[in-house]
Write a protein that binds this ligand. Sequence first.
Ligand code: FES
Length: 116
Amino acid sequence: MTKDVRRKLAAARVGEIPPGAWKVIQYVSDEGEEKEMVLFNLDGRYYAIDNICPHGAFRLSNGLLEGEGVICPGHGWLFSVRDGRCMSREFEPVTTYRVEVSGDIIEIVYSETDEQ
Ligand code: FES
């Protein structure tokens, strides 16, 4: 049986990422896989997405912010950092993660699949 297990990652301190900037968060999944998310500060609100573009193996953190979107360095498509949707064309979204602020710590909530 598989079950989703919720995880929380302490990603940054409040004030560490200025508005319009972002930080790459590296972590190791329960299966030992190295993964990356990107935590963005958009006008004082924080958003987290997967760092790998769903269209190819390019890191979105190597792109540029344009409004609420990040421009993928691969083919220039724009992905919303708020909800992950591809704003350039019909295409699958990039994975988004919930962000919570607890005191002065910014946490990213994600889930792992647990095989039982
Ligand atoms: S790899 Fe990102 S748009 Fe093609």
